[in-house]
Design a protein around this ligand. Structure first.
Ligand code: TPP
Ligand code: SF4
Length: 287
């Protein structure tokens, strides 16, 4: 049985206090709680401070290109459905250059979990405005205040009928661990957007800000996470400052359950040994 040490690698290079430490810790705990071994988990990341997740999580890691973690993660899962596949991104990486992949991954519904460290800034490029920066945010690229409307990932995912939508906070690792566990168990594409403060370049969306303003829907006994329209209303009403399981549709079929002829056995598990004759026959088809 695995322990948290099995999922640890070298010391992470994030700034002391960065919210991404909490996300890493929650992912490691979720893997241990689900009884996973490091060789059963693959993390694919994109570019940004968040992109370092694939180096720091002690499973298989693939540091992919800018905004490209989702297509790569889907390919890994399609090639070997026995693996637990997570994609790790940032708001700049995932909702900027990777936005097209985000919407299409929701449509396709391959069984992967997408954990986005949303710090409302591009941390790696030392503090430019990101797709989730609020109107009026003063950053290095918007010294007079950002004028663009921010993206609200939860609303986009809900509008596109994503089967699992959750939002966590790096300052509440217990809840975040449980959300990541549930996301992994959900069969289909799952989004866990995480408020993960950048302590160096974002002095507005801080730990204190979230502790003061966050509403935890997991604590609300009247909230029904299976009603998509209510979820949309609730997120809008709280101006997105919510945590918890926002929405789950346990009935939505995943890609492998719907596509015709999807193989039950992962390709990697087939013990295929090609004879000399078979190899020659295959090669002949390319001549
Ligand atoms: C408009 C634009 N496109 C692409 C880049 C290249 N780029 C370098 S790091 C990065 C992502 C950093 O932001 P985020 O994904 O939020 O990661 P963080 O470093 O904050 O974790 C991007 C998009 C850029 N700097 N600006
Ligand atoms: S710059 Fe921000 S996001 Fe990057 S490691 Fe430092 S605190 Fe974290």
């Amino acid at each position: 049985m695995s322990t948290i040490q099995d999922f640890q690698t070298e010391r992470a290079t994030w700034c002391p206090g960065c919210g991404d430490f909490g996300v890493l810790n929650a992912m490691q705990k979720a893997a241990v709680n689900l009884g996973l071994e490091p060789e059963q988990v693959v993390i694919v990341s994109g570019i940004g401070c968040s992109g370092k997740m694939s180096q720091h999580f002690g499973g298989y890691g693939l540091h992919s290109l800018h905004g490209r973690s989702l297509p790569t993660a889907q390919a890994v899962k399609l090639a070997n459905r026995s693996l637990t596949v997570l994609a790790a991104g940032g708001d700049g990486d995932g909702y900027g250059i990777g936005m097209g992949h985000f919407i299409h991954a929701i449509r396709r519904n391959v069984d992967i979990t997408y954990v986005v460290m949303d710090n409302h800034i591009y941390g790696l490029t030392t503090g430019q405005a990101s797709p989730t920066s609020d109107v009026g945010s003063r950053t290095k690229t918007s010294p007079h205040g950002s004028v663009e409307e921010p993206i609200v990932p939860l609303q986009l995912a809900l509008a596109q009928n994503c089967g699992f939508v959750a939002q966590g906070f790096s300052g509440n690792i217990k809840q975040l661990t449980s959300l990541i566990e549930r996301a992994i168990l959900h069969r289909g594409f799952s989004l866990v957007n995480v408020f993960s403060p950048c302590v160096t370049f974002n002095k507005v969306q801080t730990y204190e800000f979230y502790k003061r303003h966050l509403v935890n829907l997991d604590d609300d006994p009247d909230y029904n996470p299976n009603d998509r329209i209510t979820a949309l209303h609730r997120v809008a009403k709280a101006q997105n400052i919510v945590t918890g399981l926002i929405y789950e549709d346990p009935e939505r079929a995943s890609f492998d359950q719907t596509v015709y002829g999807y193989p039950d056995t992962p390709i990697a598990a087939n013990n295929w040994v090609l004879s000399r004759e078979d190899t020659a026959e295959i090669l002949a088809t390319f001549r």
